[in-house]
Write a protein that binds this ligand. Structure first.
Ligand SMILES: Cc1cc2nc3c(=O)[nH]c(=O)nc-3n(C[C@H](O)[C@H](O)[C@H](O)COP(=O)(O)O)c2cc1C
Length: 435
């Protein structure tokens, strides 16, 4: 088994997680919580905050990996009216549960990060759009926001400063598409969640047509630590191009599934065999999704892939939302892909044709394959549908993700597809019986 590596330079996000009652303002503050917001509003300019986050190299942890400081700097400084920070707490990606873990353990870190981000863009209001099913995190954030208001850390004059800051909660509407940032903005405005065409990008025209930066929960929860310790200290963790630490959720056929903070650059072997305890007794790793169900799969032979950007990009996949889904050799990859395509087709909002039609084509094709009616024709259809879903043909990344599932499982497990379509067998045996 590989040496157990998590965060060599020490944890960032989970630094205080061992403390009892960290969710309360008293405990959070006793450890140094809200000192970053105090420092920001009383001693720093908005540009200094952006510069510090730029030095840290922090990139968005919601999936797209976009540099956080750059996103904030795109919000026009001279805009006369309101500007918003919108926190993406929708977390519906299959395999990802790290935002819930962060919000349940340290809701004040997210509130503090959202308030700092509001200050950095010259705004006063942050909205947390939280997944409708997340009852406990919702209640904890609601109570934490009330505590911060009662103490005067949010409100008209936080820490006596002349820069009003407020954080509000909005409960989501239970669809995967609500996590896509422009669909989220539609939903926040009370409309049906469907992605917008871009440009204009949210930084210029976001919530209610006003400049808006949409950031993931983990991204913003990292910001207070960066302000407390300095961007350079954060950047000393990670790799040359991918700085810092990040959360991963490991699920599936491992001994210790759960949420872990890792230093970026450790390998998937470090995570799966080390932190997550390895495979279940008697089983071998077959395939893993390195960054949620939307990331292209990697076979067991690629377990030594690094979690940094370059390592993943070189293989055509991504760290995405940090959800690592592990499947052992008792599972059929074709069946898993069929299930996932059903998810993507069901969750397609239907606004753009490639996603709406392509997803359903794929489902019908997989249905024939799993009913032992596959042939060379079905293999060809899947290849064409997968291509039609990708490369910017859809309005948002949901279509690409569906295409990536087909493409990557066909690329790495073509023999299993051939077994199903050309020989009407399954090397796992049980898959056809349960389809
Ligand atoms: C279908 C779909 C679902 C998404 N779901 C989420 C989500 O639940 N949470 C999230 O932070 N980002 C999600 N994203 C990514 C967001 O669109 C956006 O890139 C992210 O919130 C930006 O924050 P960041 O820069 O901090 O990563 C999703 C994207 C797509 C295409």
């Amino acid at each position: 088994m590989a040496e157990q590596r998590g965060t060599v330079g020490g944890p960032v996000l989970t630094e205080w997680f061992a403390k009892a009652d960290l969710h309360t303002l008293d405990v959070y503050e006793s450890l140094g919580g809200y000192s970053a917001l105090r420092k920001v509003v009383t001693t720093m300019t908005a540009q200094q905050v952006i510069d510090e986050v730029k030095i840290s190299g922090l990139r968005g942890r919601g999936g797209a990996d976009f540099p956080t400081a750059m996103k904030w700097s795109f919000v026009p400084k001279d805009h006369p009216g309101p500007k918003y920070i919108v926190v993406n707490a929708d977390e519906s990606e299959p395999g990802s549960a790290k935002d819930r873990y962060l919000m349940e353990n340290s809701p004040h870190a997210l509130i503090e990060g959202a308030a700092i981000a509001s200050f950095a863009i010259g705004g006063h209001q942050a909205w947390i759009y939280i997944r409708g099913e997340y009852d406990l995190p919702y209640e904890m954030l609601r109570d934490a926001i009330a505590e911060a208001h009662a103490k005067g850390y949010l409100g008209d004059h936080p820490f006596g400063a002349d820069h009003a800051l407020d954080v509000r909660l909005y409960r989501g509407h239970g669809a995967y598409i609500c996590g896509e940032e422009t669909a989220l903005l539609e939903s926040l405005e009370g409309k049906r969640a469907q992605p917008r065409s871009r440009p204009p990008f949210p930084a210029v025209k976001g919530a209610w047509g006003l400049p808006t930066a949409v950031n993931n929960v983990e991204t913003l929860s990292t910001v207070p630590w960066i302000i407390r310790h300095g961007g350079a200290e954060y950047a000393s963790r990670g790799t040359e191009k991918a700085k810092g630490t990040r959360m991963v959720t490991v699920s599936g056929d491992v001994k210790k599934p759960g949420n872990y903070e890792i230093e970026i650059g450790v390998t998937y072997r470090d995570i799966i065999e080390g932190l997550a305890g390895g495979m279940l007794p008697g089983r071998k790793l077959k395939v893993f999704w390195p960054g949620g169900s939307s990331a292209k799969v990697l076979p067991a032979s690629m377990l030594d892939t690094s979690t940094d950007l370059d390592g993943l990009k070189a293989l055509g996949t991504m760290g995405g939302s940090g959800g690592i889904i592990v499947m052992d050799d008792s599972h059929c990859v074709v069946k898993a892909a069929a299930r996932l395509l059903r998810f993507y087709a069901f969750e397609s909002c239907g606004k753009c044709t490639p996603c709406r039609v392509g997803g359903n084509w794929a489902v019908r094709t997989y249905d024939r394959i799993m009913a032992n009616e596959g042939s060379q024709l079905e293999l060809g259809i899947l290849e064409r549908v997968s291509d039609g879903l990708q490369n910017g043909r859809c309005l948002c990344g949901l279509g690409d993700a569906a295409g990536w599932v087909i493409e990557s499982t066909m690329r790495h497990f073509h023999d299993e597809y051939e077994d199903h379509c050309l020989r009407h067998t399954c090397n796992v045996g049980r898959a056809l019986a349960h389809a």
